[in-house]
Design a protein around this ligand. Structure first.
Ligand code: COA
Length: 270
């Protein structure tokens, strides 16, 4: 049976894709509203996001067989950012994902983008490499557990911190800025010149960014130690998008943080 590619806009919009995405990745124990939250935080765009469908009606969800989610977060321009590609199991290895990425590339060029970027899981790397993406940076998510008594209540501050220009790790600026204030906090240690931006994700806390003015290992070790002391006892704490190889990563592993998820930032020049 033949299949085609359409923009999500022609397939009824982004929100309806949740069932298809869960059909590929599983619904798991995701919290209610997870997909809408992802759409907003990752700036996903219905003109860039692509849907593969069989037959001739892209608006019929029963015809959908694959997707690539994509958007244009201002912090990543002039690149387009893809946020997940998936094909239903029965349709794999027939070129559907490659066609979705080619279609996204064509739409991205039309918008003046110069590249597509994505944080690829290890299992998806063969696909991206086969589709013209090159490795930019290897990253890891590190896990530790809170040791404090209460949830922090300090308000969030802007992504950039005055006089702390060095980013130790950073996820997506828009994801930080588009998270409701009640679900995020900034924990700063002025005496160490270190600032962490932290979002609550269910029971866990995700450290989206850590910036500093210093490269001193002692200050950084102390700051991450203070961070765990300020987050609730036993709560999972995830440091996102940490460079796989760096002195701070080695130091955190020595302090008991463990690698739980690798991703390679890959880029397809357009
Ligand atoms: C990864 C995935 C999207 C690939 O979709 P697909 O439609 O089967 O991929 P394609 O047929 O377009 O593959 C194009 C090329 O990519 C490479 N490739 C794709 N899947 C591969 C795999 N599982 N192992 C090795 N190479 C692979 C191959 O070079 C392939 O060309 P070939 O079949 O001629 O050898 C699909 O397997 C999937 O949905 N997996 C589960 C979700 C997932 O892991 N998504 C990626 C993370 S966001």
């Amino acid at each position: 049976m033949s299949w085609s590619i359409a923009a999500a806009r022609e397939a009824g919009g982004l929100a309806g894709l949740q069932t298809l995405v869960e059909g590929v990745f599983g619904a798991g124990d995701r919290p209610a509203g997870w997909f809408g939250r992802k759409l907003a935080r990752e700036c996903l765009d219905d003109a860039l996001t692509r849907v593969a469908f069989v037959g001739d009606d892209p608006t019929d969800p029963r015809a959908w067989i694959g997707f690539v989610l994509a958007g244009r977060p201002p912090s990543r321009r002039p690149a387009v950012r893809a946020a997940g590609v998936g094909v239903l199991a029965a349709w794999r290895r027939r070129g559907v994902a490659a066609a979705l990425l080619d279609s996204l590339a064509a739409a991205s060029v039309d918008l003046g983008a110069t590249a597509i970027e994505v944080a690829a899981s290890p299992g998806a790397l063969p696909l991206y490499r086969a589709c013209g993406f090159v490795d930019v940076q290897a990253t890891t998510t590190l896990l530790a557990f809170g040791r404090g008594a209460h949830s922090p209540s300090s308000p969030p501050t802007p992504w950039d911190t005055p006089r702390q220009p060095l980013e130790l790790h950073g996820y997506l600026q828009e994801a930080w800025e588009r998270t409701p204030d009640a679900e995020r906090t900034t924990l700063a240690w002025p005496e160490l010149a270190v600032t962490h931006h932290v979002c609550r994700e269910g029971r866990a806390f995700a450290v989206h960014r850590t910036v500093t003015a210093s490269t001193g290992a002692h200050a950084l070790d102390a700051a991450f130690d203070h961070l765990l002391e300020r987050l609730p006892d036993g709560a999972p704490v995830l440091a996102l998008a940490v460079p796989l190889v760096s002195s701070i990563t080695g130091s955190l592993r020595s302090a008991g943080w463990v690698d739980v998820q690798y991703a390679a930032i890959v880029r397809r020049p357009l």
